[in-house]
Design a protein around this ligand. Structure first.
Ligand SMILES: [Zn+2]
Length: 130
């Protein structure tokens, strides 16, 4: 008698409603005008949020870049100090110093491009992941 209660149900987070968890019901629901409108609204909302997040991440990136720069400088100082004090480290320090200088801007640029890829790809991929 309670058979209907044990029917698996699927929650549509776009429409905030429950649907029977079987292919025809889900297909019927997802083809519905109401559902499509809700999905579109959700995607617009996610896109807005991801843009805000990207802005935040870029701010974070700037902080990291500054930290990296400071770390690279400290590292350079260390190398100079080791070069002066150690003697045997002099040649290694000279070889590695230019690499430490170029690593900063290059890594910042690649991080920024990764961010923009993520923020544009995510909303498009979102419905497919459901
Ligand atoms: Zn729905």
């Amino acid at each position: 008698a309670d058979y209907w209660k044990s029917q698996p149900r699927k929650f549509c987070q776009y429409c905030k409603c429950w649907i029977a968890d079987n292919k025809p019901s889900v297909d019927f629901h997802e083809r519905g005008k109401n559902h499509k409108e809700n999905v579109a609204a959700k995607i617009a909302e996610i896109r807005k949020k991801s843009v805000q997040k990207a802005k935040q991440d870029k701010k974070m990136c700037k902080q990291f870049a500054t930290m990296e720069e400071a770390a690279a400088k400290a590292y350079e100082e260390d190398l100079k100090r080791m070069g002066l004090e150690g003697g045997t480290c002099t040649s290694r320090a000279k070889a590695e110093t230019p690499r430490a200088q170029t690593a900063g801007p290059a890594s910042t640029a690649s991080a920024a491009s990764t961010l923009s890829t993520v923020s544009t790809a995510y909303p498009a991929a979102y419905p497919a992941a459901q």
